[in-house]
Design a protein around this ligand. Structure first.
Ligand code: ATP
Ligand code: MG
Length: 406
């Protein structure tokens, strides 16, 4: 029983484990559990078995300060045993009057339960016939009450922990809603800022070109260089703004949910890249890829970004190896893209997915730093996750998951 009690995680389960075995072990006719509750001033009947439904029992909810046997056993901190007919009624003459019940019992054990010295409640076992409790039986009942107390304590703790978890989850969800709203605002803000910046940047670009045309003869060498710098910066800014707009679109445009053949997406991305890498030796190793449900256009961006990175960051290898494969993880597909290129410092693996975050210098590898940010947003919107592994000089592996049923 000790083992079964240990696995009883609710108060109801504790009753089931305790009441019946206690009764059958001693051939008792009925049993009741009273627990202190709320303000600690009251004892409540929380379970009872074996009583005649038509007849009220003397074991009723009561004040902890009253003069009944349950309150008395708790105050005295010791079990009370009544072995003969009317023993209990005589010891507690007010009980029958107060409860309106005739004590039907001949013998009774009233066992107080304590947890860390705190009174928890009372376990009562009733007999129909006079009964003499042996020392072993008294010991058994005491142990039973002590174990019951531990099990009740654990069940209560669990219930209060569950309530705390529920409350926290609730407030967490509310916070998440607020965050989502703030995020949406920010997204809309960055979209409109990027959008509004386009015109002035185009003007800078256009007017500096005009200036160069109209007055290039009058300008000295340093001035011409300054003008070139202005133009280059305007062009760069234009690229960045377009990237920001792309990123905003990725986050807000609705996603379609269709059958998407990842193998076909890889083939398309690969065809485009092969045009740019005709002068290189690129060995592709593409395994069987699944058909998933998702948005074909954005998933194409995911594959294109990962493969174009794989091809870009292997530029200096004599032979480039790009491997793409899928693994079945039960509820998810795991897709991996591996290359044998320059790799990156593993400490910054998370940073790669940040907007405009780059680990390589523009003079070594050109780029804007939004490809992976886009990949992450798209994969997350599909219910998956993406991460990177690599080390300097020994290639990189990018992996993402997609749920089979989004
Ligand atoms: N396959 C790879 N091997 C090594 N480093 C990589 C690889 N893919 C990405 N990185 C690193 O992660 C950074 C971010 O990648 P991301 O694709 O977001 O930007 P990018 O390639 O620099 O520019 P773009 O916006 O044009 O894609 C890169 O600048 C590079 O430092
Ligand atoms: Mg990239």
């Amino acid at each position: 029983m000790t083992e079964t009690l240990a696995s009883a995680t609710t108060e109801e389960a504790v009753f089931d484990v305790v009441l019946y075995p206690a009764m059958t072990a001693l051939n008792a006719t009925a049993a009741t559990v009273l627990l202190r509750s709320g303000n600690d001033q009251e004892l409540h009947v929380v379970a009872s078995v074996g009583y005649d439904r038509g007849q009220p029992s003397i074991w009723q909810s009561a004040l902890t300060e009253d003069d009944g046997p349950a309150a008395d056993a708790l105050r005295r901190k010791e079990p009370l045993f009544f072995e003969r007919d009317r023993d209990l009624a005589q010891a507690y003459p007010n009980v029958e009057r107060r409860t309106g019940a005739v004590s039907p019992v001949a013998a009774t054990a009233v066992l107080p339960m304590f947890l860390d010295d705190r009174p928890l409640g009372v376990l009562v076992v009733d007999f129909q016939e006079p009964y003499t409790f042996t020392d072993d039986e008294r010991w058994f009942l005491n142990v039973l009450a002590a174990q019951c107390a531990i099990a009740f304590g654990r069940a209560r703790l669990l219930r209060s922990l569950e309530a705390q978890v529920a409350a926290r989850t609730d407030s967490y969800l509310k916070e998440q809603d607020k965050l989502q709203l703030a995020n949406d605002d920010l997204e809309a803000f960055s979209y409109s800022v990027s959008h509004d910046l386009r015109t002035p940047v185009r003007h800078i670009s256009a007017f500096s070109q005009l200036l160069r045309k109209s007055s290039s003869e009058c300008l000295d060498e340093p001035s011409r260089r300054y003008l070139q710098l202005i133009e280059d910066s305007a062009t760069r800014m234009n690229t960045l703004i377009d990237a920001m707009l792309d990123l905003s679109r990725t986050s807000v445009l609705p996603l379609r949910s269709e059958s998407v053949d990842l193998g076909a997406l890889v083939n398309r991305a690969r065809r485009d890249l092969e045009l740019d890498t005709e002068d290189r030796t690129v060995q592709w190793n593409v395994g069987a890829l699944p058909v998933v449900r998702g948005d074909p256009e954005t998933l194409q961006q995911v594959m294109t970004n990962l493969l174009s990175n794989a091809v870009k960051y292997t530029r200096n290898e004599a032979v480039t190896h790009v491997r793409v494969w899928a693994e079945d993880q039960g509820e998810m597909w795991l897709i991996s893209v591996q290359d044998n290129g320059v790799g990156f410092d593993a400490r910054y693996a998370d940073k790669l997915f940040g907007v405009f975050k780059r680990l390589h210098r523009p003079e070594d590898f050109e780029g804007t730093g939004v490809g992976l940010a886009n990949v992450q947003r798209i994969v997350r919107r599909h219910g998956g996750e993406v991460w990177a592994q690599g080390s300097v000089g020994s290639g990189a592996t990018f992996q993402f998951t997609l749920p089979k049923t989004p």
